[in-house]
Structures are given as C-alpha cells and as structure tokens.
Design a protein around this ligand. Structure first.
Ligand code: CU
Length: 149
C-alpha cells in the first residue's frame, strides 16, 4: 500500500511536466504545399511534431521534409546547400549548416509520416522552417513562432 501511495505521488509530480509537451501537426501534399505557414510553441517546452506527406507521389518525385532553422537564418542559401546533399537526405553536412538546424525530419514520400520530438529553443523569436527537397523551398516554407515563457 505504501508503495502504491509513493507511485501515485510520483505520478502527480511528473504530470505537470508532461502537460507542457506541445503537439504540432504539419502536412505536405502533391501540390508542394505545407498545410500551414505558421506553427507556435513556447520557449523551452518539449515539442512533438508529427509530419505527414498526404500526397500520393513517390519520394523521388515529390519528397518532403521539415527542417527548422535558427531564428534569422536566410532560407535560400541554406536550401541551395541542402540541394547538393542528396546522399544525406538533403540535410547539409558541413559544420556551419549543422549549427543552423534546430530539428528536422527525414524526406518522406506520399502516405508516409514521421514524428519527431525536440526541445523548443530557449530564446523567443521567429524560426524559419522549410522543405529542403530540391526546388521546394520557395513554396514550402513557414515560421515556427517561439513565444517567451
Ligand atoms: Cu517538399
């Protein structure tokens, strides 16, 4: 009985932390569009991002990923670098680019999905996100708004 009480107490202590987890959903389609250009989180919170390719085209023709970059990172030069990183699923491998990435998914084909978890940046700001599949960033980009705690 004592053990049960201890377990319940522990669960009560843990649950407020779990409540701070933020769930985000994002989709990409065969028309090269994300379903939203704005996502919102609070600084430092745990984020679960579910990304789904709701189209039907194969990964080689219409692959999509989500790459979240540090606040203020210009998208075009990053996307240009990413384009040359086909061998690494269009995630640039040079040190400078790696430092700019907050979180990313893999490239998905139609019908596929992936859920990633990451900790929201500690600093409030506008963090751009994009799909780095060649030619997609112009249409497939948005802003992850990180609000101050
Ligand atoms: Cu794409």
């Amino acid at each position: 009985m004592k053990k049960l009480i201890l377990t319940l107490t522990a669960a009560c202590l843990v649950s407020p932390l779990l409540a701070q987890e933020k769930k985000l959903e994002l989709t990409g389609n065969d028309q090269m569009q994300f379903n939203t250009k704005t996502l919102e989180v609070t600084a430092g919170e745990k984020v679960t991002l579910s990304f789904k390719h709701i189209g039907q085209l194969q990964k080689v023709a219409m692959g999509h990923n989500v790459v979240i970059l540090k606040a203020g990172t210009p998208i075009p030069p990053f996307a240009t670098k990413a384009m040359t990183a086909a061998a690494n699923d269009y995630i640039p491998v040079d040190e400078e680019s790696k430092k700019l990435i907050v979180a990313h998914t893999k490239v998905l084909g139609g019908g596929e999905s992936q859920t990633i978890t990451f900790t929201a940046p500690a600093e409030a700001g506008d963090y751009p996100y994009l799909c780095t599949f060649p030619g997609h960033f112009a249409l497939m980009q948005g802003v992850l708004k990180v609000k101050a705690k």
